[in-house]
Design a binder for this molecule. Structure first.
Ligand SMILES: Nc1ncnc2c1ncn2[C@@H]1O[C@H](COP(=O)(O)OP(=O)(O)OP(=O)(O)O)[C@@H](O)[C@H]1O
Length: 308
């Protein structure tokens, strides 16, 4: 395995459908080892981008590389879930994988059984391997689709809305598999319209809005863009506010039983020490950042679905 710092890299990637620009000059940078959440509301261009990455449609303009090389040269190391594979309802999960594996001319027939059960095991479907596909829950069906992408070793997984349509249990199952796959060393790029999904399983995020990538980076770095607020719970909020102002906090506000202020570069422990030193009875102290949702609403002018 050759190491490339970016598992997915695009420059100026653009797709125009007649008059509509569905994807507009997108520069993606998915670091190797990341779980990258490709976040955006429906219609923002995620699927179109993913289809271009996988060479399923050709870009109007721009370039893309997977694993450091042009996509065509990397696709054998890339697992994807875009339109799930067609499974046969009357065959078992295992037999469905057998069919898919047999159709892969690069796969070694002698090791098929090990490979298939290995893939079933990784998605936790081994106990249900003999069940017919039609008896599978939606979550199990999606897990089988993931297993199908894992029949070959993959350095990169590109998953389009992998939890879409699943019930909470199925969603949890699929998220946990994604986390495991990432822990085993695969880079994962997944599209989603759920901010909560990004917060739960992603290390990085790229935010799409009307075909444009409006923000991208590690969750930590993106959170870091927001100014932290110190909040003091106290019976003497006026006095607390005076201390905060004295230390140089800005936007200091007084509530009924609390005071808040923007921390800036001031260390939280210094604030606590000053409050205590000034005799402010501190009942609680917290450093809060506006959550990602507030930040993304600012970036895109619209909210994200936070359920799920
Ligand atoms: N084959 C096509 N022909 C014309 N327009 C298309 C085509 N495919 C996508 N579009 C348009 O491009 C825009 C982006 O669609 P896309 O499916 O990429 O968005 P998305 O973010 O993946 O949303 P969703 O989650 O709904 O799939 C939409 O306005 C869509 O109608």
């Amino acid at each position: 395995m050759t190491y490339h710092p970016l598992a997915v890299r695009t420059q100026g990637l653009t797709k125009r459908f007649r008059t509509q620009v569905a994807v507009n000059a997108v520069d993606l940078a998915v670091p190797t080892g990341a779980v990258y959440g490709f976040l955006g509301p429906n219609g923002s261009g995620k699927t179109t981008t993913i289809r271009m990455l996988l060479n399923l449609i050709s870009p109007t303009a721009g370039t893309h590389e997977l694993l450091g090389v042009p996509a065509a040269a990397a696709l054998s190391k890339v697992g994807s879930l875009v339109e799930g594979p067609a499974f046969h309802p009357y065959l078992s999960g295992r037999d469905n994988l057998r069919r898919l594996d047999a159709a892969d001319r690069t796969a070694d027939g002698a090791t098929a059984a090990t490979r298939i059960d290995g893939a079933l095991d990784r998605v936790g479907l081994l106990p249900a391997a003999r069940k017919r596909y039609r008896a599978y829950s939606l979550g199990m069906r999606q897990r089988l689709a993931l297993a199908a992408t894992l029949l070959q070793p993959r350095e990169l997984l590109i998953l389009d809305e992998p939890t879409n349509g699943l019930d909470p249990q199925g969603t949890r199952e699929v998220r946990s598999i994604i986390t495991h796959l990432a822990a085993e060393g695969s880079t994962v790029m997944l599209s989603t319209h759920l901010l909560s999904e990004v917060e739960q399983i992603c290390t990085h995020v790229g935010v799409m809005h009307l075909g444009k990538l409006v923000a991208q980076g590690s969750i930590e770095a993106i959170r870091g863009r927001t100014a932290p607020t110190a909040r003091v719970d106290t019976s003497l909020p006026g006095q607390a506010a005076a201390t905060l102002r004295g230390l140089g906090l800005t936007d200091v506000a007084v509530g009924e039983e609390h005071a808040t202020g923007l921390l800036g570069p001031i260390a939280p422990e210094k604030v606590v020490a000053a409050l205590v030193g000034d005799g402010v009875p501190v009942r609680g102290f917290a450093v809060q950042r506006p959550d990602l949702e507030e930040l993304f609403v600012t970036l895109t002018g619209e909210g994200f679905d936070v359920s799920g």
